[in-house]
Design a binder for this molecule. Structure first.
Ligand SMILES: [Zn+2]
Length: 318
């Protein structure tokens, strides 16, 4: 049966009514908090103007160069890191995100919090209480792929001693090192009962998505869009109920996809895979979750009912 939110969402999408969309529960399960704030908010708080990303980028290197040039080290101190967390909670709250999955990198614990994971935890929790008290905050542990595995294994220890974390994610250059290198870390995270995610199939091929899911025993994949090239792998993902947390504008601006109109999220959805719609890096790509839903509708990729199913996948409602 359709709830009031279902009806409201469907009519808001059909009317491209972003103000109403903002009032409807939705999830953001793929958000790098460091770049999760809106440029207007950063400007208000720091007086710094970050330009719009106007042209497509073609590699993670180009993305890093753009971020380096236009954002640089404006979040390079502990206080400013705190501000990046604040800006992300403010943005999520404003967009009516009710489930937000974010967290810091294990590397950052030593760099920004003096190696005191309690301080890292308190910082996120304080920012949530102050700026988004009603949001369900799912605390994520982040791993950068380029870091040596023995360092990651050491840095993650204090995180795994705590009970407040919900999930683990792996990001950065997909080609940095073989996925199997991270197996021991993911085994420990699984023992701890964490939800297991990794960025894969953004730059890599369809096979790399299956390989990562099998090697790391992933529950969800960040992006995973290249799976659309293999019907067999799409069926396998659907059968194994592996959710893909997709960021459409990010995929277009990083030239993974020609345009929203031809985004493979539709093919993946039609194959019975649970897909969700997320923001990735709002400070770079400028699109809130609500806006992303409108973008997909405007491109003619989905009807409003289908988008409502996707919204509910994000919230864990079948
Ligand atoms: Zn990402």
């Amino acid at each position: 049966m359709m709830s009031d939110y279902d009806k409201l969402f469907i009519s808001a999408i059909e009317n491209r009514d972003i103000q109403t969309l903002k009032l409807i529960p939705k999830a953001d399960l793929h958000n790098h908090f460091f770049l999760g704030g809106r440029r207007e908010y950063i400007n208000k708080r720091l007086g710094i103007t970050i330009p719009h990303l106007s042209n497509k980028l073609h590699s993670m290197d180009e993305m890093h160069t753009w971020v380096e040039k236009n954002i640089g080290d404006i979040f390079g101190t502990t206080d400013k890191r705190r501000l990046a967390i604040e800006a992300t909670f403010v943005q999520a709250n404003d967009d009516g995100v009710t489930v937000l999955e974010i967290g810091d990198d294990v590397w950052a614990n030593g760099h920004f919090y003096g190696g005191n994971v309690n301080l890292l935890i308190e910082t996120f929790q304080e920012m949530q209480e102050m700026f988004a008290p009603k949001i369900e905050f799912r605390f994520q542990i982040g791993l950068s792929r380029h870091c040596p595995v023995n360092m990651l294994e050491e840095w993650i220890v204090p995180f795994l001693d705590k009970d407040c974390f919900f999930s683990i994610d792996l990001y950065g250059d997909e080609m940095a090192q073989p996925i199997k290198n991270f197996k021991p870390i993911y085994r420990k995270a699984k023992e701890k009962g964490l939800l297991l995610k990794a960025h894969v199939g953004e730059w890599g091929c369809a096979d790399s998505v299956k390989e990562a899911v099998e090697e790391l025993e992933l529950n969800e994949v960040q992006h995973g869009i290249s799976a659309y090239k293999s019907p067999a792998i799409m069926n396998w993902l659907a059968d194994n109920k592996i959710q893909l947390n997709i960021c459409p504008t990010s995929n277009v601006m990083l030239n993974r996809v020609e345009s929203i109109k031809v985004h493979p999220i539709k093919t993946l959805f039609d194959h019975g895979i649970k897909v969700t719609v997320n923001s990735d890096d709002i400070l770079v790509f400028g699109q809130s979750v609500s806006q992303e839903f409108i973008n997909l509708y405007d491109a003619g990729l989905f009807n409003a009912k289908e988008l409502n199913i996707i919204r509910k996948y994000g919230l864990g409602i079948q």
